[in-house]
Design a protein around this ligand. Structure first.
Ligand code: THU
Length: 133
């Protein structure tokens, strides 16, 4: 699984976004430590705070599949064309629950461009408890 495949899956699942309120589509594809990919898209709600982010959906899919470690996650977002969509603060903490500081967060831009950050860059000095999973 190379980065391009992960990026392609994030872009593909973005088409499934339920974003009738914001019009901002987001897709996320994460690679776990067993080499499996889990995807999610944003799912909005008439009661706005009840909506969920694409990253949250991908993490839930990973956990439901029995995996517990994120190696890399690609995020594709935008209203029409792709615009840089770095994970929101809440999702950075959700990713951190299952990712080490060196996990890669790939933010996809327009024109098939992307930028790779590390978990530690996007959430330095993060709060984390060593759960026994
Ligand atoms: N959104 C995500 O899915 N992930 C992020 O990291 C940022 C924001 C969604 C939430 C909402 O449905 C829409 O984008 C606009 O904020």
């Amino acid at each position: 699984m190379d980065d391009q495949e992960l990026i392609d899956q994030a872009i593909a699942v973005r088409d499934q976004a339920y974003c009738v309120y914001s019009g901002f589509r987001v897709g996320a594809a994460l690679l776990d430590d067993e080499g499996n990919v889990h995807v999610g898209c944003n799912v909005e709600n008439a009661s706005y705070p009840q909506g969920s982010c694409a990253e949250t959906g991908a993490i839930a899919a990973m956990v439901a599949a029995g995996s517990r470690k994120i190696v890399a996650i690609a995020v594709a977002g935008g209203s029409e064309k792709l615009t840089s969509c770095t994970p929101c603060g809440g999702c950075r903490q959700r990713i951190r629950e299952f990712a080490e500081d060196d996990a890669r967060i790939i933010v996809i831009d327009d024109d098939d461009d992307w930028r790779t950050y590390t978990m530690g860059e996007l959430l330095p000095s993060s709060f984390h408890l060593d759960a026994d999973f």
